[in-house]
Design a protein around this ligand. Structure first.
Ligand code: HEC
Length: 168
């Protein structure tokens, strides 16, 4: 009958942890503010789960929008209208986007996201839970999202005609 005592102990521990977590939450011990940067551990854990979900739920295909000036220009407009306010414009950091927790990565001034187009498409279409990243699926057509992703991926190597428009 020893295992019964063991299981009882496990149960008491679990209930204790649950009560403790609830207590910590109701006493205001769990930070809820946005004016700090997420710690390394939090970022690593959250991003592992996030990247795995996005990858699993992405359409696993190439970007169906052809790489040419017209489509890059269309993507530029879509990006400026829908994303730049949080992800930054030409040489401009978006203070609004930086004020979120976690902050919006600055695609224009910091880094081009390395994920495949289909994963970025899923980020934009489905949004990211408990962050400032909205789900654009209800606001933009799939083709518009692919076109925006095309622009983001080529932001650092724009052909002259498109680069001229990006400077404005
Ligand atoms: C209201 C602010 C806001 C707007 C507008 C916005 N985003 Fe975001 N976005 C965020 C935030 C905040 C994150 C960070 C989420 C995280 O770290 O988990 C993010 C993350 C992302 C990511 C994941 C990038 C990575 O490598 O971690 C992609 C891709 C993305 N956004 C695409 C877009 C696109 C495309 C648009 C426009 C159609 C857009 N976002 C508009 C706030 C925004």
């Amino acid at each position: 009958m020893q295992w019964k005592g063991f299981l009882g102990g496990v149960l008491v521990t679990l209930v204790g942890l649950g009560v403790g977590a609830y207590g910590a939450a109701s006493l205001g011990w769990i930070p809820a503010n946005a004016d700090e940067r997420p710690g390394t551990l939090e970022r690593k854990f959250a991003h592992t789960a996030l990247d795995a979900w996005m990858e699993k739920n992405s359409p696993h295909q190439e970007n169906p929008v052809a790489l040419n000036d017209a489509n890059l220009l269309a993507g530029l407009k879509l990006y400026r209208n829908n994303c730049a306010g949080c992800h930054g414009d030409k040489d401009v950091v978006a203070d609004f986007g930086r004020a979120f927790y976690p902050p919006a990565p600055q695609f224009s001034t910091q880094r081009t996201p390395g994920d495949p187009d289909a994963v970025l498409f899923t980020f934009a279409k489905r949004g990211v839970r408990l962050t400032g990243m909205p789900a654009f699926g209800g606001m933009l057509k799939d083709e518009e999202i692919w076109t925006t992703v095309l622009f983001i991926k080529h932001l650092r190597e724009l052909p002259p005609g498109v680069a001229k428009e990006w400077k404005n």
